[in-house]
Design a protein around this ligand. Structure first.
Ligand code: UTP
Length: 290
């Protein structure tokens, strides 16, 4: 199974990130010196994916612009001799091919994926949720692509979450094969605490086959009245079998303020120019709360 395309849905309202996301898409909020969405697209690129399909809405065209040339800015940087910055800015425009499709009504993640059907054009494809960040030795989506390739089956990424957090996620039930790979037996979107079949939460990485689109069309609105991708995958898993893998690496949900702030500190500390100063300031801040 060869994966060349990724669908990145970014059409949601981002209510958890308000008021910051009132006029700026939450995917464009910076984590250290890059917008959230750039980390996601970089993960796709280093995993070998060349075609990125954004599912957007009327207020999110700035996301596509970020991955295009800004010739005026490049001219300014060139004339000022700011070569390193110029390279950084050009790099973003040259990372991947960009396509975009509008989700005209926010009817849920499943519906957003369905909007990309004609661009997926009958190929197996990846989905990466535009505000979920995963950093591991093997890039997040690559971990799934490797299993999908050898097993020739759709694969989704899961991580264990504390039992009191299951109602925030799609939850998977499965038989573990012993190597962090599960054969999915069931899945449910945002179950009530105490009713979840496990604590294996679906995080924003998927490799799916194009037959998912028929299942999305067939499922009725689910949790929250939205067309849920989890419901369509449940139906796909019953029909043809699906795998889940326990993903390796550190995950940040950029729509959650604690994760968002920690991710900023994480990347700030990785910058040698900031590290010492940032550490000293953090230690002074922490002392106030000791
Ligand atoms: P979320 O529920 O996490 O995102 O959807 P949201 O709705 O944008 O944010 P909150 O919860 O109100 O803060 C998961 C992903 O699915 C996309 C979102 O953009 C996000 O990347 N999505 C969701 C769509 O593209 N369309 C939808 O109709 C719903």
């Amino acid at each position: 199974m060869n994966i060349r395309k990724v669908v990145i849905p970014v059409a949601g309202w981002g209510t958890r990130s308000l008021p910051a996301s009132k006029n700026i898409p939450k995917e464009m909020l910076p984590i250290y010196n890059k917008p959230v969405i750039q980390y996601v697209v970089e993960e796709a690129m280093v995993s070998g994916i060349q075609d990125v399909i954004f599912v957007t809405n009327r207020d999110k065209s700035v996301i596509e612009d970020h991955f295009d040339y800004n010739l005026q800015l490049e001219g300014v940087l060139e004339r000022a001799g700011k070569k390193a910055l110029l390279e950084k800015v050009r790099f973003v425009a040259e990372m991947v091919n960009i396509m975009a499709v509008r989700q005209k009504k926010q009817l849920g993640l499943g519906h957003a994926v369905l909007c990309a059907e004609h661009l997926v054009a009958g190929e197996p494809f990846a989905i990466m949720v535009g505000d979920d960040l995963i950093f591991g030795d093997v890039p997040g989506i690559r971990q799934l692509m490797m299993v999908a390739q050898t097993e020739n089956k759709p694969v989704i990424g899961v991580m264990e979450v504390p039992p009191d957090k299951v109602s925030k996620y799609g939850i998977v039930a499965g038989r573990e094969r012993g190597d962090g790979v599960y054969e999915i037996t069931d899945m449910v979107e945002k179950p009530a605490v105490g009713e979840a079949p496990s604590n294996l939460a679906i995080i924003g990485r998927y490799v799916l086959t194009p037959d998912i689109f028929d299942h999305i069309r067939a499922v009725p609105p689910g949790h929250g009245g939205e067309i849920q991708l989890t419901d369509a995958m449940r139906s796909l898993a019953r029909e043809r079998g699906m795998l889940a893998i326990r993903m390796q690496g550190e995950r940040f949900d950029a729509g959650d303020w604690v994760d968002y702030l920690i991710a900023n500190i994480h990347f700030g500390l990785e910058d040698d120019d900031l590290q010492l100063n940032l550490l000293a300031r953090l230690q002074a801040e922490l002392a106030d709360y000791a």
